[in-house]
Design a protein around this ligand. Sequence first.
Ligand code: CUA
Length: 187
Amino acid sequence: MSAEESHHGAEIAARVERRWATIAVIIIVMMALLAAFAGIHRVTMPQPRVETTDPSRLHLSGEFVEANLGSALEPNGAVTVRAIGQQYSFTPACILVPAETPITLRATSADVVHGILIQGTNINTMLVPGYVSEQLMRFERTGDYLMPCQEFCSFGHEGMWGKVRVIDKADFADRAKGDGRLSCVGQ
Ligand code: CUA
């Protein structure tokens, strides 16, 4: 290789290096812009509604006292389910709901972050201490659905399972005649 050829080779190498350096800088700038946009966008568009609770006082007063947990038939025919996640179980551990009915699930955590996932459906929400998670759902078919905790919540996480039992609408209405909350725990 002559001196001239090696000089030429170095020039090509320098040009290629400059090109890749430029691409790298463009990628970094784009990532920074993306991060800035995501942050600013989130600040300018907050969640439409945030409900808070005091996780240390859930059992003492308010919506999530034990007597109010479970399923309630509303005057308009819809159902509201209230539940709590805590290490390592859900209360109620078996949620009873009617088929073909709009259901609002309202849940929170008494300690750390948990998650509710209902198998075979797209229902999947986190339970964050201090906040109420609300999820709308509807089941067309009766049957039992497994409801595992889907957020790692420490050593007992894999044993944290609940269940949703969907029963016939008329059957549910029958059972809801009292004003207590319904569940299928122990049934
Ligand atoms: Cu609760 Cu994982």
